[in-house]
Write a protein that binds this ligand. Structure first.
Ligand SMILES: [Cu+2]
Length: 329
């Protein structure tokens, strides 16, 4: 048998090219899998029981009662729902971060460990009616107590950053059986989508052009049927500087994913002391958010200090909608 080495070499090169292309497609399109349970917890809006911003002023009427029964989304490492995924302090009451890169699929195994029907409704990502987690009678729209549901969400081009967006953007997710009630219960979290090609590695969907990504949800929780003492003007579920852990360093590339939820009072103007941010090419140090607004802005801290970040609406400032972010030298 006569062997044509040149021909065989070409075949081999083509074969390995094909394998390489197939492999690269596999790497790009990952399935990001999450195990998330809804649970009843005791939540403390101010674990220090102190006004950490202006200690002498105390907690005012909002300090009368600080602990309430809340519902939260808790992330777990696998389908045993036994080992919680650790969360940074600054995440507060938020559910686990759900992350993906454009081209991925997100699979959420949701387990309802509470006493009422709940769901997970995502903003932004692509879903079928069965995976909407809202508005209907499919299993995904109201997961009964003790039951679970597998949501499949596609991260298509239209889920990802637009032409004027930074390399990652934020979407909210929340329960949506009786939506307004369940957000107020604490059932809310964030989805962060990274532009394709900007992910840190195949296993780490965070963008490589950012050092720290923070999420801040500005929301007034209503604990006492509208009584002022029960209106907790919270950042990620904490008031009066009790949200800890927003910590970075001079020169780091920091992205803030800011969102709001609530009612007509939840019009918040987020102001950072000590630093400006870039919002789609516009320089500012105040960002406006309305209920269910989601904005991602960038900064490179240039001044060390323990700076305030707070809502600039006077009533909200007085009610404790502020905390500190730390810039180390
Ligand atoms: Cu406000």
């Amino acid at each position: 048998m006569v062997i044509n080495f040149r021909y065989d070499n070409r075949i081999f090169i083509l074969f390995f090219l094909a394998i390489g292309i197939l492999f690269s497609f596999q790497v790009e399109a990952s399935v990001r899998e999450y195990w998330i349970a809804a649970e009843k917890v005791s939540w403390d809006y101010a674990p220090s029981a102190q006004n950490q911003i202006v200690p002498d002023e105390g907690l005012g009427v909002w300090g009368g009662s600080l602990k309430y029964k809340k519902y939260r989304y808790i992330g777990y490492t696998d389908n045993t729902y036994a080992v919680p995924v650790p969360q940074d302090d600054w995440m507060g009451i938020l559910g686990p971060q759900i992350r993906g890169v454009v081209g991925d699929n997100i699979v959420v195994h949701f387990l309802n460990r509470t006493d009422r029907p709940l769901s997970m409704h995502p903003h932004g990502v692509l879903y079928s009616k069965d995976n909407e987690g809202a508005d209907g009678h499919s299993a995904g729209a109201h997961v009964l107590p003790g039951e679970s549901y597998k949501y499949i969400w596609a991260v298509d081009e239209a889920s990802g950053p637009g032409p004027n967006d930074p390399s990652s953007i934020v979407w909210l997710y929340h329960s949506h059986v009786l939506g307004e009630e369940e957000m107020n219960l604490g059932l809310v979290g964030a989805i962060i989508i990274t532009r394709r090609g900007m992910e840190s590695s195949p296993s780490n969907p965070s963008p490589y052009d950012v050092d720290h990504e923070f999420i801040s949800l500005f929301m007034i929780f209503n604990e006492e049927n509208g009584e002022e003492s029960g209106l907790k003007h919270a950042i990620n579920g904490r008031i009066f500087g009790n949200l800890n852990g927003y910590s970075t360093k001079i020169g780091k590339r920091v992205r803030w994913h800011v969102a709001a939820l609530g009612n007509e009072q939840d019009n918040h103007t987020i102001h950072w002391h000590g630093q400006t941010v870039l919002n789609q090419g516009h320089r500012t140090d105040v960002i406006e958010v309305f209920p269910a607004s989601m904005v991602s802005v960038d900064m490179i801290p240039r001044s060390p200090g323990n700076w305030l970040v707070h809502c600039h609406v006077n009533d909200h400032m007085l009610a404790g909608m502020s905390t500190r972010w730390h810039v180390l030298p």
